[in-house]
Design a protein around this ligand. Structure first.
Ligand SMILES: [Zn+2]
Ligand SMILES: [Zn+2]
Length: 393
């Protein structure tokens, strides 16, 4: 069960990234080295995309906002709309590269050239129509939904598994007919603060925003329970023509910014499940974006698992990777990396602190129970109300 798989990769990915977590900038290069080492690169076509055009950017952003980004690039310093996202010379083209790659993915899928396309630099889900923030400048996901719609694929489902709520995507598409599912850490304070089950969309989008908020310390079992209980049913009811998977992996227990406790095995399951859903309901059409993930070692392994799933090489890769990390469950204790980071206040004395969970890292033994309650509420209260027009009951 597969189809032609493409990787869209812009050379600017090898340079500076948007986040102040400088070590995360190397994740693209490190991942490609692992793809090559594992032989995954031989089964995929790598394509260099053009930069996004102004016409593409304005599918989701007003021209005055695009011009403001270009002007700050020319100044070469300063902050955009929140201090976590700063200007530097070249940032405009870097942001256009991320969108251009997702637009290339849209063209490859709509033209039938590839079934599955991965843009590791896409998934900038915190970008609002007129606000650049949360390491995101232009929202390639919202732009892609509008472009897919123009190409005749009007039913698009976004499944956002990044550890943060996809607030920008939600805002731009709130009254749009796309299904937007987001699973994320949530307590009303953790960045970006939104993403409750009560945010459900309006107008043509009424009922199509589906948030699955999870408490910190949610581990693999509770996370996958929530996913299995809600996502396949919602996807089947909506029956999208294309699935956009925002495959942020910052919910991994070794990631420094989010305090979910997922493992590589969790992401393997998510890749397999979404891939199967794409073949079941969307004729295989699937666009995947990289989004968050700040530990290059974790990111490159998760992306390898993703591509091996899409190319049907998972069993081969399993044998090639060191140790048995594919089967490693998320740990019961908060990872050492997070404890170390939180213990050293200076390590987080940076403007990007807003994206990080600063709470006391004492494990919450009730995380699973809270998740189960949320799942129960969504299945029994939210989903029947929201998706009835698509046959979900
Ligand atoms: Zn496939
Ligand atoms: Zn994130």
């Amino acid at each position: 069960m597969s189809g032609a798989v493409s990787l869209v990769y812009h050379p600017l990915y090898d340079g500076r990234g948007f986040s102040p977590v400088t070590r995360s900038w190397g994740r693209y290069r490190e991942a490609r080295e692992l793809f090559s080492k594992l032989g995954i690169d031989r089964s995929i076509t790598t394509i260099e995309p053009p930069l996004a055009t102004i016409d593409e950017l304005t599918l989701a952003h007003p021209l005055r906002f695009v011009e403001r980004i270009r002007s700050l690039d020319a100044v070469g310093t300063g902050v955009f709309d929140t201090p976590d996202t700063v200007a530097w010379p070249g940032v405009f083209d870097r942001a256009r590269a991320a969108v251009g790659a997702t637009m290339e993915a849209v063209r490859l899928v709509t033209n039938g050239v590839s079934s599955h396309v991965f843009n590791p630099g896409g998934g900038l889900h915190h970008a609002f129509a007129e606000r650049a923030r949360g390491f995101c400048i232009f929202n390639d996901l919202a732009i892609a939904v509008r472009a897919l719609s123009q190409a005749g694929l009007e039913r698009v489902a976004i499944i956002d598994v990044d550890g943060h709520h996809g607030d920008g995507t939600q805002e731009i598409l709130y009254d749009h007919g796309a299904l937007h599912i987001s699973l994320h850490q949530y307590d009303g304070r953790f960045f970006p603060g939104t993403g409750s089950v009560d945010e459900t969309g309006w107008g043509a989008g009424h009922g199509l925003t589906l948030n699955i908020p999870l408490p910190r310390h949610t581990g693999e079992e509770a996370y996958l329970d929530a996913f299995r209980s809600i996502v396949p049913a919602a996807i089947r009811a909506y029956s999208p023509q294309v699935i956009v998977l925002n495959f942020g992996v910052d919910g991994h227990h070794d990631d420094p910014l989010v305090k979910l406790r997922l493992g590589i095995r969790t992401y393997r399951f998510l890749a397999i499940a979404c891939h199967e859903l794409a073949h079941e309901v969307a004729n295989g059409r699937m666009i995947v974006t990289g989004s968050g993930g700040y530990d290059p070692g974790v990111v490159s392994r998760c992306w390898s698992v993703l591509l091996a799933t899409l190319t049907g090489q998972l069993s081969e890769v399993h044998g090639l990777l060191p140790g048995s990390f594919l089967n490693a469950p998320s740990p019961d204790v908060t990872s050492k990396a997070i404890l170390d980071a939180i213990g050293d206040a200076n390590a987080w004395n940076h403007p990007f602190g807003c994206l990080q969970d600063r709470h006391n890292p004492v494990p919450d033994p009730n995380a699973g129970a809270i998740t189960a309650t949320t799942v129960h509420r969504i299945i029994n209260g939210v989903l029947p109300l929201r998706l009835t027009k698509f046959g979900f009951a």
